[in-house]
Design a binder for this molecule. Structure first.
Ligand SMILES: Nc1nc2c(ncn2[C@@H]2O[C@H](COP(=O)(O)OP(=O)(O)OP(=O)(O)O)[C@@H](O)[C@H]2O)c(=O)[nH]1
Ligand SMILES: [Mg+2]
Length: 196
């Protein structure tokens, strides 16, 4: 995949903002706050465009990056950080609900990022069930694999293979922004869905 051109074309803060034209589809990235969505996007785009932070809750809006004037990468706000107030959680739910409702049909594949060091969290499970009921195609990216020892790594992948079986057949990609493992696989997957 060759990315020649990237533009941040749209930022959505609430339901009064309008979405960009569908073009040839979009690839969205969702997951808990701090799991590494913006970092992964920057690696895929080969440019530091998405803001990254050690503190959770950095991305508060939905950001549409137009790639090669053809399709979009969509950086979604993270959920589930401890300090989020109830109103912030409600805001997240509303903004994501509106996104799914408005763009479901345009999503080629959605990448659900999960921190490979931890067991499946309640809100990740809720999200996966939600995606399933909406019939949104998704795969799972296990992030921060560099922080695991070799033996723990195998355990983590196996654990997620087993647990996801409950929901159906899903691709699981172990990934690390440090070692870049999994990046090629993610790009290949995007390519198979028609992204260039
Ligand atoms: N070791 C390691 N650190 C990572 C990896 N991916 C992301 N990080 C770090 O995790 C922190 C959070 O990354 P972000 O990309 O901002 O996370 P996010 O999911 O966009 O977070 P929100 O915008 O708050 O939803 C940063 O300090 C990153 O450098 C990884 O694979 N390995
Ligand atoms: Mg972010």
């Amino acid at each position: 995949m060759k990315i020649n051109d990237i533009k941040l074309v749209k930022t959505i803060y609430g339901k009064n903002d309008t979405y960009p034209p569908p073009l040839s589809g979009e690839y969205a990235f969702v997951g808990r706050s701090n799991v590494g969505k913006s970092t992964l996007l920057n690696i895929l785009m080969n440019r530091n465009m998405a803001k990254v932070s050690k503190k959770p809750g950095k991305t508060r809006s939905i950001n549409f990056y137009l790639i090669n004037n053809k399709f979009y990468f969509v950086d979604l706000p993270g959920y589930g950080y401890a300090k989020a107030s109830i109103s912030e959680r409600e805001r997240w739910k509303k903004i994501i609900e509106n996104y799914f409702k408005s763009r479901k049909w345009n999503i080629k594949i959605l990448f659900v990022l999960i921190d490979g060091r931890h067991e499946l969290q309640k809100n990740d499970k809720v999200l996966i069930e939600w995606l399933k009921s909406l019939e949104i195609p998704f795969c799972v990216v296990l992030t921060k694999m560099d922080k695991l020892k070799n033996s723990e790594r195998k355990g983590s992948v196996k654990y997620y293979q087993n647990i996801l079986k409950e929901f159906g057949e899903y691709i699981i990609i172990p990934y690390s922004s440090v070692t870049k493992e999994g990046v090629e696989e993610i790009l290949e997957l995007i390519e198979t869905f028609g992204g260039v």
